[in-house]
Design a protein around this ligand. Structure first.
Ligand SMILES: [Cu+2]
Length: 523
């Protein structure tokens, strides 16, 4: 803490005095390392984090850029005193985790859309081009602007038809965490949202050393589909920045740095975002900065739909701290709603009906006799018909002597592999040379008579560190990936030595990693 404070004090005295603005340690380092001015985005699906860590130099001053892992920044050109941005609405393919690629809609080849950063007092012009097969429009969520710029089709403007463009232009009179999104609700749910960060003209006190952004989204993808079902009210993929754990790039900070994390939520659920081992203050909402006297300490912040929340804390404790939505189902990947035998190792008895898998209505409308009580919120396969099944894997006579024998023996089930354990090779080494956990065979981690215990199985621990080996994950404990799924990532509080080591690994890997993930989008 003392170190951090003195460093900030030093910067305050030496740098900020001349620049007229306070620059933090990270910004100074970035300024030294990276070239100045906007760079053109590559629109790759997996942009290395911090690839855009640089300080813009314009007449409006400098700011510490927000790091939005796995999402590119939107670049701009200057036209006189106006910042000119270009957004293209278009279909996007996005992998939440390797080998699970989905058909979404987003902006400039990215879901969520690229991050807009500007400064309070800026005038911005944003050209929005529609390359979707249907009409759209853009809403600037939380911004105070002329009604003609508010982006609601019909109410304030004509819709932007396929192939057409619309130009928005307005002054930024606020600062804080905002977002942009299509004003078509179903387009919001298929991905069309992005950060709109407005930095204050005078940095907030105390300044932060690291500033991160996470976009919260959720998806319902039926079995054997790649297109999210935007009608669903149940969700089986939960993402930060268009990635699901363990594929979300962790947030890297150094011990004693002051950290801000910004969250925005565009989905159907509210997410209680929780951090382990640290206490933060909620310092901002979608309405901007909260006065320090009204900051609320905590370790869980409820980020409601359409809300933004900023939290800040000093990273005092070294370690890899979980940061996750605490809804249990939001801590898992490709969940399928089902009643009956859960499967570990043998797969799910799928294939009865694709549409029944996530509770799509099949027997009338939402208010019909069948669905009225649940308002159409079906539970999916197996919940709407009586079946003789057991919720445990073993011999039914072991614990449920009055219950009939299950009609389906696990050994007879076809292996669909949907929930199959992906077992890493014992003693395998990942790309960073670390030993990976030898796990995978679930039977080996359960007690001998596990199948006789009603309720078994419940755990979903399926580590596969090798699949997620990258510089940002260097040094994590073997088996880490087993506990980082869904809307879950890590805040890695690192020693300066470890931090610099990972930074240098990132630089070495930047070019190869872009080559191995070819972009399908060329602009
Ligand atoms: Cu959640």
């Amino acid at each position: 803490m003392a170190k951090s404070h003195s460093r900030r004090q030093f910067l305050q005295d030496s740098t900020a005095a001349t620049a007229g603005v306070l620059l933090t340690a990270g910004a100074v380092r970035a300024q030294q390392e990276e070239s100045h001015g906007p760079v053109h985005e590559s629109h790759t699906d997996n942009v290395p984090p911090n690839a855009h860590e640089h300080v813009h130099e314009h007449s409006d001053g400098r700011y510490l850029p927000v790091e939005v892992p796995d999402v590119p920044k939107l670049t701009y050109e200057m036209d006189g005193g106006t910042k000119v941005f270009r957004l293209v609405c278009e279909p996007v393919k996005r992998s939440f985790v390797p080998s699970w690629t989905f058909d979404l809609w987003g902006y400039n080849g990215s879901v969520p859309g690229p991050t807009i950063e500007a400064v309070e007092g800026n005038r911005v012009r944003i050209h929005v081009t529609n390359k979707l097969p249907e009409l759209t429009s853009m809403h600037w969520h939380g911004l105070e602007l002329p009604i003609s710029m508010d982006g609601v089709p019909g109410v304030c403007q004509d819709p932007i038809l396929p192939g057409e463009s619309y130009t928005y232009e307005f002054d930024l009179i606020q600062n804080g965490t905002f977002f942009y999104h299509s004003h078509m609700p179903m387009q919001e749910l298929i991905g069309m949202v992005g950060f709109f960060i407005i930095h204050p003209r005078v940095p907030h006190d105390p300044p932060v050393d690291r500033d991160f952004g996470l976009v919260l989204q959720e998806w319902a993808v039926l079995p054997n589909n790649t297109v999210p079902n935007t009608l669903s009210m149940e969700f089986n993929w939960l993402t930060f920045n268009g990635k699901a754990g363990p594929d979300i790039t962790p947030l890297l900070v150094q011990i004693d740095e002051r950290v801000r994390i910004r969250f925005i939520n565009m989905g159907m659920d509210h997410h209680p975002i929780h951090i382990h081992g640290n206490t933060w203050n909620v310092t901002g909402t979608e309405g901007g900065r909260i006065p320090p006297t009204a900051w609320v300490p905590g370790n869980t912040v409820l980020v409601g739909v359409a809300q933004a929340r900023d939290v800040e804390f000093v990273a005092k404790y070294p370690g890899d701290w979980m940061l996750h939505c605490h809804l249990p189902h939001h801590m898992m990947n490709h969940m399928m709603s089902m009643v009956g035998p859960m499967a570990h190792g043998s797969g799910v008895p799928g294939g009865l009906s694709m549409t029944s898998g996530m509770g799509m209505l099949q027997q009338g409308n939402a208010f019909s006799e069948d669905f009225g009580p649940s308002l159409g919120r079906g539970m999916g396969f197996g919940s709407d018909q009586e079946q003789v099944v057991s919720n445990h894997l073993g011999n039914a006579h072991d614990s449920h002597q009055t219950r009939p024998e299950p009609v389906i023996e696990m050994s007879e089930m076809p292996d669909h592999g949907a929930m199959k354990h992906e077992a890493p090779q014992p003693s395998a080494k990942d790309a960073t040379g670390q030993e990976t956990a030898a796990h995978g065979d679930h039977q080996s981690t359960a007690s001998i008579n596990a199948r006789a215990v009603p309720g078994y199985p419940q755990d979903m621990f399926m580590p596969d560190d090798q699949a997620y080996a990258k510089p940002e994950n260097y040094g994590l404990r073997a088996g880490w990936s087993g506990s980082v799924e869904g809307m879950t990532t890590l805040v890695r509080v690192l020693t300066p030595e470890m931090f610099e080591k990972i930074r240098s690994m990132q630089k070495k890997e930047r070019v190869p990693s872009e080559q191995t993930e070819p972009s399908t989008h060329k602009h």
